[in-house]
Design a binder for this molecule. Sequence first.
Ligand code: SIN
Length: 536
Amino acid sequence: MIHETDFLIIGSGMAGLTSALKLAEHGSVAIITKKERAESNTNYAQGGIAAVFDPDDSFENHIRDTLEAGAGLCDEHAVRLIVEKGPELVQELDVIGVHFTRTDKGTFDLGREGGHRSHRIVHVKDHTGRDVEAALLNAVKVSPNINVFENHVAIDLITEHHIIGPTPREPHLHCWGAYALDAENGLVKRFLAKATIISSGGCGQVYLHSTNPKIATGDGVAMCYRAGAAIANMEFMQFHPTTLYHPLADSFLISEAVRGFGGQLLTKSGKAFMDKYHSMGPLAPRDVVARAIDTEMKKSGDPCVYLDITHKDPDQVKNRFPHIYENCYKYKIDITKEPIPVVPAAHYSCGGVVTDLNGATDINGLYACGEVAYTGVHGANRLASNSLLEAVVFARQASLKAIDFVKTRKQRIPNIPPWDDSGTFNSEEWVLISHDLMEIKNLMWDYVGIVRSNLRLERALSRIRLIRQEVENFYRRTRVTEELIELRNLSLLAQLIVTSALLRRESRGLHYTTDYPKLDDQNYKHATVLQQKALQ
Ligand code: SIN
């Protein structure tokens, strides 16, 4: 089956939906999304959107905090772009129906999170992402030019390699859409488009413990890498310092805004420890806090540390953090009366598909925005609540560029063959998938976590290579399913992350290795870029 459209968007989080609304003014748009349309990393974002509204704050201050968190690897132009557009975009979201929390005076209630020296987090209590996603979906619903395909899993991008007949002579590859599995009936469809936007989110599921939903399996980075786009900085995986430690809680996020509200990090014996590690105490940048918690846990042998907000007025706490309060209460933890047991978990990929300031990748007609992209904004460590801001700004940039590309190129979509699954069969060995998946997650957690070493990384690499080879062999013989597509992508993501980590022989931002504990500006003050065939 073929779906032909002007613009194809892969992923339905904030970046994808923002792009869709812009592109729909200029042509037909198809969005493919793995589950229901609202299931995305955006939906789980508790914190908010960093933007300058406080009269005592300034663009320069926001830029400085972002660059500092990024530990020398941010692209200052990209940072300036998002920071300066921030207030205008927040106002636009306000207009489309996001009811940001306001003070009694009617101004935005500005929260504070790690690494920010000012109050600048615009939020909807502690469920900002959910409300932003809902407002964008409402706008998408009434647009006649947008079609949303739920339960469709993108398998691979379509480029020149797939064309039947003569291929256009161009120095660069061109993307013509993607093959995608309709998970409801097992059919693989061709989604053909003049321009494609990848906004498929992150890859937190490559780790055993992650704040990300099950869909975050790095599909976008994997597809782009296989298609030939450059990938950068995959070693910089951000671990969120505070997720609920409870056997049933599945790494439930406890927002950094709790610390911004006065929360203190304590050891089991009740001792505050963050002042030992950074002058900003519990509001130090995330890499510092996550490493400090890791150190304290290793020193004490305790399985978690504690986040204490019991000294604050209980009604204020419940009003500011209703979602966190209710969720913890479900596990019989009353956060107004007792400290919350917390541990770090994989949270956000600062690396991704390399784009320029217009969201364009090095493949013609292919754009990337949101967590899947490496735009240069986050450098070696993302500043809290800069991600929704980056997603919306770069979704705009990418859409404008894609519109211009389609208008000026006026290219016809070439003849693309249907998906070829001849010689494949329905496997009876699905146990291999769950086994390989758990092996990757455990390896990544144990060997490629907050603190790394050559020995651990090399061990991880040799095992992951083997798993990946087995997965690729299984993939070639087997009719595709969602689980198999995800496993194939996750095994590739694991190899990209470990390879990048081994290439960076220094410690910077989120990448800390005991073999090279110091920053090495002379040799490593640049992104780790992996081109196709970089993996062995
Ligand atoms: C949080 O609320 O702590 C998460 C926000 C973010 O990751 O930026």
